[in-house]
Ligand binder design. Structure first.
Ligand SMILES: [Zn+2]
Length: 85
């Protein structure tokens, strides 16, 4: 349902991670991206991430999960494609 960046300490940008909402128990968890996760799927999730509804966003915040938004586009592209362009 969204994307986040792993905590790597102050001022260091961590690895791109998936925010997962369990459809069975409604629990929010963080998962690593697999190497073969398709870039276009990740980009779709990035859109969901930016459009996440406020109640889910609040729950992420309470769990100390940063939700990626449009301002993180450059970092997203850097991690997916290895450059800002
Ligand atoms: Zn579950």
């Amino acid at each position: 349902m969204g994307l986040t960046l792993k905590h790597e300490g102050r001022n260091k940008i961590g690895e791109l991670m998936l925010i997962h909402l369990c459809s069975l128990c409604d629990k929010i968890s963080i998962n690593r991206l697999a190497r073969d996760d398709l870039d276009h799927v990740v980009l779709e999730i990035f859109k969901l991430s930016g459009a996440m509804n406020s109640s889910l966003r609040k729950r992420c915040l309470e769990d100390d999960i940063y939700v990626l938004n449009d301002s993180n586009k450059e970092e997203l592209h850097r991690q997916l494609f290895g450059s800002v362009n």
